[in-house]
Design a protein around this ligand. Structure first.
Ligand code: ZN
Length: 264
């Protein structure tokens, strides 16, 4: 493994400097300000994109990843910036995101995954490897919800069984978490938005926490699709409504949360 953090730093610094030098009349993406600045402003979060292998090991010995190229880091940060524009302002502070780690490839217990939120509740790790911006946004929204979910009454003894939520599931349904040896299910882009009654995606059928994260990701990434599906699917409609109610309880005073659930 060859790492060149110093060169990456200068390349990113150069891109940002050129961008700022272009000024408001500049052309192309380079005139945009560094997304790290807006991330820090909207979340108070810092970005780690260099020395990630060591940082991941520090956080958990089961995690692995490599430094991404400077341009891929920048693209991923732009996707995160765009994703944050789709959630009510203030939600990121409420979620308590403190560190966003951008990596090239991400492995958990040897399995390739797109992203992960650490359930200590303040870190999101996002893989920038070969992923389009829409996919990155969706993954960010999913992981972002895990932080919000953790913030929702973390001392509730029923948080891991959540009878109120699971009671909404179709009769006889059981999540697939008991499957032998399956710790992390890789996100399959083909799963997204596949119409499975009662769920935002097939991935959501795997585990209670993933069900909620997928419902949130659908709601904020594609509200029009959430609305369309909710009209046809009463279970999904009730999950969307419960999720919005809980967000309001988790983040009181953040304006705009109720609007998430008001479909045209
Ligand atoms: Zn998840």
């Amino acid at each position: 493994m060859i790492r060149q953090p110093r060169r990456r730093f200068f390349v990113l610094g150069f891109l940002v400097s050129v961008g700022l030098a272009c000024g408001p009349g500049g052309r192309g993406p380079l005139q945009e300000p560094d997304p790290r600045v807006s991330l820090a402003a909207s979340c108070g979060a810092r970005v780690t994109a260099e020395g990630v292998s060591e940082r991941l090991f520090e956080l958990s010995p089961v995690l692995g990843g490599r430094d991404a190229r400077a341009e891929d880091v920048l693209s991923a940060l732009r996707a995160v910036e765009s994703a944050l524009r789709k959630v009510p302002f203030g939600l990121c502070h409420c979620a308590g995101l403190k560190e966003l780690i951008i990596v090239h490839g991400l492995w958990a217990r040897g399995q390739d995954i797109g992203g992960i939120a650490l359930h200590r509740g303040d870190t999101i790790i996002l893989s920038a490897a070969s992923r389009g911006s829409e996919r990155l946004e969706r993954t960010f929204h999913h992981e972002f919800f895990h932080l919000l979910d953790f913030a929702y009454d973390p001392f509730d003894p029923e948080r891991y069984t959540d009878p109120e939520w699971t009671a909404l599931n179709p009769d006889g349904f059981a999540y697939g978490a008991g499957r032998e040896g399956l710790v992390y299910m890789p996100l399959d882009p083909a799963d997204e938005d596949r119409a499975i009654a009662g769920f935002a995606s097939r991935y959501g059928t795997w585990k209670l926490s993933e069900d909620k994260a997928e419902v949130f990701a659908l709601l904020v990434s594609k509200p029009w699709l959430a609305a369309e599906r909710a009209r046809e699917d009463a279970v999904l409609a009730r999950k969307l409504a419960l999720l919005v109610t809980r967000l309001e309880a988790t983040c009181p005073g953040v304006p705009g949360i109720a609007d998430l659930g008001r479909f045209p």
